[in-house]
Design a protein around this ligand. Structure first.
Ligand code: ADP
Ligand code: MG
Length: 332
């Protein structure tokens, strides 16, 4: 890295964007954001570490920049909120060229535009080891209306947006050194956060509980069920799968586990009272985002997957857990 820390910060400042809630942006000891009356502030941080969350020989830096924003926006969406601004912490390897830093930042800038958020601040230092990225997002929702993981009620439907397992399938291709179809590359390296969907589910009070799918349906649903102290029955036949994923499962049925435990889909999983079905179907059409009803909440605190013949489907592994595993990204 040739550019000094202050040149770099000045470069970032010029592209940081702005927003109506901004009071102080980059350049002071703190940023300052106004919380409009009747709203509450939602804050979430995600850490992305080279060789734990991404590999530089697999991803391009522009995509990594976009993804480091998307994964945070996804958390605010999962609370039914609207993202407003970000803080970006960077530990940049000393071997990085200015060109590499610029590519990464272009990805950040493009995500700022895409999600209509601004960069309010951050911290920058040199790393003697891997690239380290820490993004904090702040968003807003109406006071008392954040959609938590705790609100699922017995008999609620369980819904999921988009398709499942594509990102996990992409990882499988990469690990097996097979050429990666563009669709899967996009899902894995450039996931789009369901920002507007999450916000509207919150505003229209259509979700009783919600979580974003970062670690896989089985693991993330388990978190929601634990928080809500309920159980669930999932119908495997209803799980939304992309064309490529379905084709792959036909060839290798074991890949179905990826739809349940493959991480990083960044779709939204939520529960909703059955009276909301028509409203959710019309929201799906309005946003042109598939919403699938995949199961229901039950009182016994178990998570059961029913396969196509109504048999119980047994899962090999729940989800990717950084601490339980030795760090490999395998799902089986
Ligand atoms: P301090 O010494 O108070 O930590 P810095 O010199 O680190 O201040 O940062 C100066 C300003 O630049 C602050 O407003 C900070 O939020 C911002 N900043 C530093 N690094 C980044 C970054 N990677 N992205 C966005 N803003 C940054
Ligand atoms: Mg600093």
């Amino acid at each position: 890295m040739k550019a000094g820390e202050f040149d770099l910060i000045e470069m970032i400042r010029r592209r940081a964007g702005s927003g109506s809630e901004q009071r102080l942006g980059i350049g002071d000891d703190c940023s300052s954001v106004e919380v409009p009356s009747g709203h509450e502030l939602l804050t979430s941080t995600d850490l992305l570490l080279e060789d734990v969350h991404f590999r530089l020989d697999w991803t391009d830096l522009h995509s990594l920049g976009e993804k480091s924003v998307a994964v945070n926006i996804s958390d605010v969406a999962a609370m039914g909120g609207r993202s407003v601004c970000l803080h970006l912490g960077l530990g940049i390897p000393s071997v990085f060229s200015d060109e590499q830093i610029a590519q990464y930042l272009e990805g950040i800038y493009s995500a700022l535009v895409q999600y209509e958020v601004f960069l309010a601040g951050g911290d920058t230092c040199r790393s003697n080891g891997p690239l380290m990225i820490s993004v904090t997002v702040q968003g807003l929702c109406l006071s008392g209306q954040a959609v938590t993981r705790r609100g699922a009620k017995v008999e609620d439907d369980i819904w999921v947006s988009g398709t499942l397992g594509d990102s996990g399938l992409a990882l499988r291709y990469l690990q097996q050194k097979q050429p990666l179809p563009e669709f899967l590359a996009d899902r894995h390296f450039r996931p789009r956060a369901r920002a507007v969907l999450g916000q509207l589910l919150g505003e229209r009070k259509l979700a009783s509980a919600m979580i974003d799918l970062s670690d896989g349906l089985a693991g993330d649903l388990h978190h929601l069920l634990q928080a809500s102290q309920v159980g669930a029955q999932i119908s495997m036949a209803q799980l939304p799968l992309s064309e490529i994923f379905s084709e792959s499962v036909k060839i290798e049925s074991g890949l179905m586990d990826l739809a349940l435990c493959g991480g990083e889909d960044y779709e939204l999983l939520f529960t909703s009272a059955t009276v909301n079905r028509a409203s959710l179907e019309s929201l799906s059409r309005e946003l042109d985002i598939p919403l699938s009803r995949v199961g229901k909440i039950v009182s016994s605190q178990d998570l059961v997957f029913n396969d196509v013949d109504g048999q119980i489907y047994s899962l090999k592994k729940k989800s990717f857990d950084h601490f339980a595993s030795t760090g490999d990204l395998n799902c089986d």
